[in-house]
Design a protein around this ligand. Structure first.
Ligand code: AMP
Ligand code: MG
Length: 394
C-alpha cells in the first residue's frame, strides 16, 4: 500500500496541464488562477502623492513657511514653491514638483498665512514617490496566482479590467449506495439520508468551484459502469463517494476498470481514507473516496483540492503545513497507518479534537486543521511538535 505522501505526489503529477484559458472581467475573477502575467499599465502611484494631511513645502533656512495655496485630493498642482514656501495639502493629493517634504498638520503652528514647523524635516518625508508600489510595464501579478479579493483590489487600482485565467474544471460528484435516500423523503428502516453530495458541492462552492453536477447511482455493476462512463466523458474531475472498498457490493473500482480508466492507485496507508482510488481516463481525473462522510471530506481536502488547484495551473497547490506544539495528550487508535486527525489551531498551539470517527462529521465543524501523525506513532504528548495541515476554510 502506498503512503499518503506518495499518493499526493501521484495525484499532482497526473493533474491536467493543458487547461483551457479565457479572458474574463476582473470583477468575476475571484478564485480563478492567472494564466498569464498581468502587466501594469501605469506607475502606481501615478504621481508624487501626499501620504498625510498637512503642508507640502520646499525646505528653507528657517522654520517659518509662507502658505501660497492649497491642493486637494484629485486636484492639480501648478504651484511653484521657492525655499521657505508651502501649500496646504491633503492625503492623496499631488505634491507640487517643487516641494521636497510634507509636514503633518499636527506638527505645525499656524499663524495667519504662515506655518511654524516644530520638528526637523527630512527630504521626501510623507511623500509617496511616483511608481513606489509598481512601475509601468512591470509584472503586477504573476501567472499561477490564485485570485483573492486583495488581488482584485490591487489590479483594479492599476486600472485593469480584464485578465487571462485558467478555465475552472467541470466537476461531477457521484454518490453510490442502495441505502441512500435524499433528505426530505421518509426514512425507511435501514436507509440513511444522503449527505456527501450536499457537503462536497457546498465545500467546492466555498473554494470557488461552482461548475458542478451530482449523480446518484445504486450498488449495481452495470448501472455503475454506464453512469461512470457518461460522467467521465462530460467532466474534467469526477469525485465518487462510497462503493470503493472491498465489499461484495462495492462496484466502483471494478466498473472503472471495465470502462478503461487507468488506475494510478487504489488504497493508501492512511486513516481515514484507506480505500481511496485515483485514476485517469484521457484528461479526466477520477477519485473514489470512502463513503463515510468525514473520511470523504478528509480525502477531498488532502487530494482533490490540491489537484483542482494544480489543474488550474496554480503556482502552489499544496495545503499550507506548519509545525505547532500539541495542546493535549492523544492516543492514536490503529497506529499502523498514518493519520489525518481533525484539529483546532488556537493562539498557543493545536488541539486534536474528540470524535475522529470517519462516520461523524461533528469534529469538522470546529476543526481548522489536520494533525498529521506518521504511521507507528501511538502516544502523542502535550507539548510535542506536530505537523499541522491548514484546512482551506473561511
Ligand atoms: P461505503 O464506502 O460505500 O462502504 O460506505 C461507507 C459508509 O458511508 C456507509 O455507512 C454508507 O452508508 C455511508 N455513506 C456512503 N455514501 C454516503 C453518502 N453519500 N451520504 C452519507 N453517507 C454515505
Ligand atoms: Mg456503499
Amino acid at each position: 500500500m502506498i503512503s499518503s505522501e506518495k499518493a499526493l505526489a501521484l495525484v499532482l503529477s497526473h493533474s491536467s496541464k493543458g487547461f483551457r484559458t479565457r479572458e474574463i472581467s476582473l470583477s468575476d475573477a475571484l478564485d480563478y488562477v492567472l494564466a498569464a502575467d498581468v502587466i501594469s499599465l501605469i506607475d502606481m502611484p501615478p504621481f508624487r502623492q501626499s501620504a498625510m494631511d498637512g503642508y507640502a513645502l520646499k525646505i528653507g533656512e528657517t522654520n517659518s513657511y509662507k502658505i501660497l495655496g492649497e491642493v486637494q485630493a484629485g486636484g492639480v498642482n501648478s504651484l511653484q514653491l521657492n525655499k521657505g514656501e508651502a501649500v496646504r495639502i491633503f492625503t492623496g493629493a499631488p505634491v507640487p514638483d517643487t516641494a521636497d517634504a510634507v509636514v503633518i498638520q499636527e506638527k505645525v503652528r499656524l499663524k495667519a498665512d504662515t506655518i511654524l514647523v516644530e520638528d526637523p524635516l527630512q527630504l521626501m518625508m510623507n511623500i509617496r514617490p511616483q511608481g513606489e508600489q509598481i512601475k509601468k510595464a512591470a509584472v503586477a501579478l504573476a501567472k499561477g496566482t490564485s485570485i483573492k479579493g486583495t488581488h482584485i483590489g490591487f489590479l483594479a487600482g492599476l486600472g485593469i479590467t480584464r485578465i487571462e485565467v485558467a478555465e475552472k474544471p467541470a466537476i461531477a460528484v457521484v454518490v453510490t449506495g442502495n441505502e441512500l435516500v435524499p433528505a426530505g423523503q421518509d426514512l425507511a428502516h435501514g436507509k440513511i439520508y444522503e449527505s456527501n453530495s450536499a457537503m462536497l458541492i457546498a465545500v467546492l462552492k466555498e473554494l470557488g468551484y461552482s461548475n458542478t453536477t451530482v449523480i446518484s447511482i445504486k450498488d449495481h455493476f452495470e448501472s455503475t459502469k454506464e453512469a461512470l462512463r457518461e460522467t467521465i466523458e462530460k467532466n474534467d474531475v469526477v469525485i465518487v463517494t462510497g462503493g470503493v472498498s472491498v465489499g461484495d457490493y462495492d462496484f466502483v473500482g471494478k466498473a472503472l476498470n471495465a470502462i478503461g480508466v487507468h488506475e494510478i492507485f487504489h488504497k493508501v496507508n492512511q486513516k481515514p481514507g484507506k480505500p481511496m482510488y485515483f485514476g485517469k481516463k484521457e484528461h479526466t481525473a477520477i477519485f473514489g473516496l470512502p463513503g463515510n462522510p468525514a473520511a470523504a471530506l478528509t480525502c477531498f481536502y488532502v487530494y482533490v483540492y490540491p489537484l483542482l488547484k494544480k489543474y488550474q495551473g496554480a503556482e502552489d497547490a499544496h495545503l499550507l503545513t506548519i509545525l505547532l506544539p500539541l495542546l493535549n495528550d492523544y492516543t492514536v487508535i490503529g497506529g499502523d497507518r498514518a493519520q489525518f486527525l481533525k484539529a483546532k489551531i488556537s493562539g498557543t498551539g493545536v488541539e486534536i479534537l474528540t470524535g475522529q470517527s470517519s462516520a461523524m462529521l461533528s469534529a469538522f465543524g470546529t476543526a481548522n486543521a489536520f494533525v498529521f501523525v506518521p504511521e507507528d506513532r501511538i502516544k502523542l504528548e502535550k507539548g510535542e511538535i506536530v505537523k499541522t495541515i491548514l484546512l482551506p476554510i473561511k
